[in-house]
Design a protein around this ligand. Structure first.
Ligand code: PMP
Length: 365
């Protein structure tokens, strides 16, 4: 047999479209106000920033198990630290969850307009991604369940979902879980979970503690304002945490990440201020946009720190994307995610959102 001239990636690796992050610059390379990656407009807790200086020396390896941080998270959420696994961002948890439970010949289900990493995570381990139809851009539990078969190993649901902002209420999450076979891992991705109003809480965290097949993932990248430090975590039954701990990166959270994460968890006043800022600013922004419905402009209901706006009339999402760049903002236009008519805008400051709403109104008229 003739060997190939070069190392050849596995065929399923060659089929992956690499993740496309939200941009921070305009077409001409000009830096713009970035509302394209759902980062926290309030920045980072001052206590977390101060903790950076106190972190263990960079010459030393970090605590491989992030013990102090897991203990703090466990205390905050009322769950045993042993049921928590840390990841280099929640992206790492999503990838290792797919890898631990699925491989070639297996299927991983997620909904259309779901978070783009699910496709990469499924393909990376050689499994087949199976995409369920949405229900007006939201997650359709029945459509997901209809695709479950004996090959199904993992189901990914983001709640709230990115990029749509859609949210499944507690009853729907419970119904999905109850109907899934117990050997299918249900990953409930709560990257935006802290933005959800307490009265709308979806029960995912409790389900991850009581069920044997649920993994909840969370991140410090959004409400905690630590996207650049790469901290995420997952919680679920001990056997799930054990499997993920076997394959995660051995020192996957840096010294500075662990120190800043610990201080950030202790500063819940920053988290609450971020949540309240987001809620008020998002509601006002959506109310402004709803006045433009006669121009085919439709902001989708969102429980997250962004809004997906659909442009279904004469004004196109591309025109608005370019127009907002002209006035200094980079947002997320989504033609590559099947949403050429969709523009996702992170909730920034009140002044920024007012300026953006005014510009969209101007472009529509
Ligand atoms: N899940 C969802 C739904 C997201 O939107 C994101 C961030 N874009 C992530 C997970 C991953 O975030 P991180 O790796 O920064 O924790």
């Amino acid at each position: 047999q003739i060997r190939p001239a070069l190392p050849t990636p596995k065929p399923w690796i060659s089929q992956i479209h690499a993740y496309v992050p939200g941009k921070s610059k305009g077409h001409d390379g000009r830096p713009l106000t970035k509302l394209s990656a759902n980062e926290n407009p309030l920045g980072t807790s001052p206590a977390a920033l101060a903790a950076r200086a106190e972190a263990a020396a960079p010459a030393l390896y970090p605590d491989p198990d992030s013990n102090a941080l897991r203990a703090a998270l466990g205390q905050l959420h009322g769950i045993p630290a042993a049921r928590i696994v840390m990841g280099t961002g929640s992206d790492e948890i999503l990838h290792i969850a797919a890898q631990a439970y699925a491989g070639p010949g297996d299927e991983i289900i997620y909904v259309r307009y779901g978070f783009s990493v699910y496709d990469i995570a499924a393909r990376r381990c050689g499994a087949t991604p199976v995409v369920a139809p949405d229900a007006d851009y939201g997650t359709d539990v029945d459509a997901l369940l209809a695709l479950v078969n004996e090959k199904t190993r993992v189901v990914f649901v983001a709640n709230p979902n990115n990029p749509t902002g859609s949210f499944l209420p507690r009853g729907e999450i419970a119904r999905l879980h109850a109907a899934l076979p117990s050997d299918v891992l249900l990953v409930l991705d709560q990257a935006y979970g802290e933005y959800v109003s307490p009265e709308d809480e979806d029960g995912a965290m409790a389900l991850a503690q009581s069920a044997g097949n649920v993994l909840v993932t969370r991140t410090f990248s959004k409400i905690y304002g630590l996207a650049g430090e790469r901290l995420g975590w997952g919680t679920g039954a001990p056997h799930i945490i054990d499997a993920l701990n076997r394959i995660r990166g051995p020192f996957n959270l840096s010294n500075s990440a662990q120190a800043m994460g610990l201080a950030a968890v202790a500063d819940q006043s920053f988290v609450e201020a971020s949540r309240l800022h987001n809620l008020a600013t998002r509601q006002a922004f959506v109310a402004e946009l709803e006045q433009l419905s006669n121009h085919g402009i439709r902001p989708l209901p969102s429980e997250a720190n962004f809004v997906l706006i659909l442009f279904e009339g004469n004004l196109t999402a591309e025109t608005v994307y370019n127009g907002l760049m002209e006035i200094g903002y980079i947002t997320r236009w989504l033609p590559n995610q099947g949403l050429p008519h969709g523009l996702r805008i992170t909730i920034g400051s009140k002044a920024q959102m007012d300026e953006i709403a005014a510009e969209i109104r101007r472009l529509a008229q």
